[in-house]
Design a binder for this molecule. Sequence first.
Ligand SMILES: Nc1ncnc2c1ncn2[C@@H]1O[C@H](COP(=O)(O)OP(=O)(O)O)[C@@H](O)[C@H]1O
Ligand SMILES: [Mg+2]
Length: 194
Amino acid sequence: MRELSLNVLDIAQNSITAGAKRIRILIREDRQRNLLQIRVEDDGCGMTPEQVKQVCDPFYTSRTTRKVGLGVPLFKMAAEMTGGSFRIDSVRDAGTKVDAEFCTDHVDMIPLGDINSTVILLIRCNPCLDFEFRRRIGEEELSLDTALLRGELGENIPLNDADVLQWIAEYLEQETRRLLSGAQSTPAAAPQTS
Ligand SMILES: Nc1ncnc2c1ncn2[C@@H]1O[C@H](COP(=O)(O)OP(=O)(O)O)[C@@H](O)[C@H]1O
Ligand SMILES: [Mg+2]
């Protein structure tokens, strides 16, 4: 996959298949240390410790229609290729947390890509589920929580209403711009004048 946002889509899709009602996507960039952390957390059916061990193996899947599950192994590989790390914490009947850490200055680093489109696609296709998306670069953070948005919209307007999706897209675009410009205008060591 050429964009990590597509891996995130696959990992969140696993959460949906696991019956999650609330999915959190957390992205944290430390540009000084060249680190990118991605976490996908859900309240789905979870896995046993044995399943967690197997799930990183490309020949394990609970699907019966296809023998090989690749979503998790590919995400793990994308992280480890950069010298980063990967872990899954899962509790049966409680939920799953997938954590990947990337060394962004490594030659094999895959760009994050269009993460906003991934979030919008998830909301559009799953308007009854809740998604919390947070992206942080240094001290700046953007956040979107569809549970809050749902409360504001009331019962009659679904989250996949065209105007609502348009609003979300514009909000994320504007917030991403703020985040990225803040990251660029924060020099590692600003000269002090007194
Ligand atoms: N968030 C999750 N909650 C519960 N089970 C999961 C989760 N993510 C992955 N799994 C389990 O791991 C298996 C492998 O996932 P994956 O590598 O994405 O392949 P696939 O989705 O094609 O089966 C899934 O079939 C499922 O049994
Ligand atoms: Mg999958």
